[in-house]
Unconditional design. Structure first.
Length: 291
């Protein structure tokens, strides 16, 4: 089976490229790369001929769409997140292709429910969340036309090489560059659902193999962890590696998001997936082990 991964030099795309290559024929695309498995293709300016060459000559059967602009600086960034896949959807070959599209928990935004499931009405409050929700709506439109499209709403990813804007990435950055690591947090009591990238990869593999999948899945651990608990686990791992504890600087910023549990039962029942990695193992792998 031939698989195309967009955004193949990003955190998720590069991990999937390596984790799937032993089971499938995997090709990545990105704006630029020296990796022989990755073609230099700019999705912002991709042509019909580019799409034809990728799909027809490579006999692509699955597209995993990881490419995204994480920071929205202007309308072009928003439009990229919203519609980068449209040239692929508009190709005649696409109804024979399985699309796995990475969405975001930020699409839910501020909600009043105590539980988030796939039926929870989205209410994004960031430009990124709004752009990803528009991507989901585009996918839903084509799904209703008979395309095989599944969107995965990913929650807070624990991974090596995570963005320094994330909790995991910022802590790893501190340990790489500071002898006295310190992290600034709004509060110790803020809760998030953290999910290991290796578990995300497992979910994607299950969907690739599934004869039929639902349109939308929440991919999360289904458990809430406070920032304080997360840092306490980091310090447990640091002790194992004879490293100093990380200190917390509390900024007392106002928390916008509600502490809602994520329901992952649909993915568990539909594609027989559930996360395998304990948070302590995920943190040790992501922050302290060499990438």
């Amino acid at each position: 089976m031939a698989i195309l991964i967009t955004g193949a030099t990003g955190v998720i795309g590069s991990f999937l490229l390596n984790s799937l290559k032993n089971r499938f024929q995997v090709l990545g695309i990105a704006r630029s790369s020296s990796n022989t498995q990755i073609l230099s293709v700019d999705l912002s300016n991709i042509t019909k001929n580019d799409v034809n060459n990728l799909l027809n000559r490579r006999n692509i059967q699955v597209i995993i769409h990881c490419a995204a602009k994480l920071t929205i600086l202007d309308e072009l960034d928003s439009r990229f997140n919203e519609s980068a896949l449209k040239p692929f959807f508009d190709n005649p070959m696409s109804k024979k292709i399985k699309f796995i599209v990475l969405g975001s928990a930020s699409e839910y935004g501020i909600i009043s429910n105590s539980i988030i499931n796939e039926s929870t009405p989205p209410n994004p409050i960031t430009s990124y969340g709004i752009s990803k929700l528009k991507q989901t709506k585009l996918c839903e439109y084509y799904r209703n036309l008979g395309y095989d499209i599944t969107v995965l709403r990913l929650f807070n990813i624990v991974s090596q090489n995570s963005s320094i804007k994330s909790l995991t990435g910022s802590i790893r950055e501190q340990y790489l560059n500071n002898s006295n690591p310190t992290i600034s947090l709004p509060s110790r009591s803020i809760q998030r659902d953290f999910i290991d990238l290796r578990d995300i990869s497992d979910a994607i593999t299950q969907i690739i193999s599934a004869s039929k999948a639902e349109f939308l899945y929440n991919i999360a651990s289904g458990k809430l962890t406070t920032y304080g608990e997360y840092v306490d686990i980091v310090n447990m791992c640091a002790k194992k590696y004879n490293l100093p504890k990380i200190s917390i600087n509390i900024t007392n910023e106002v928390e916008k998001y509600s502490n809602s549990h994520t329901d992952i039962s649909l993915a568990m029942k539909s594609i027989q997936w559930q996360p395998k990695n304990k948070l302590i193992d995920s943190i040790e792998w992501a922050i302290f082990e060499k990438s």
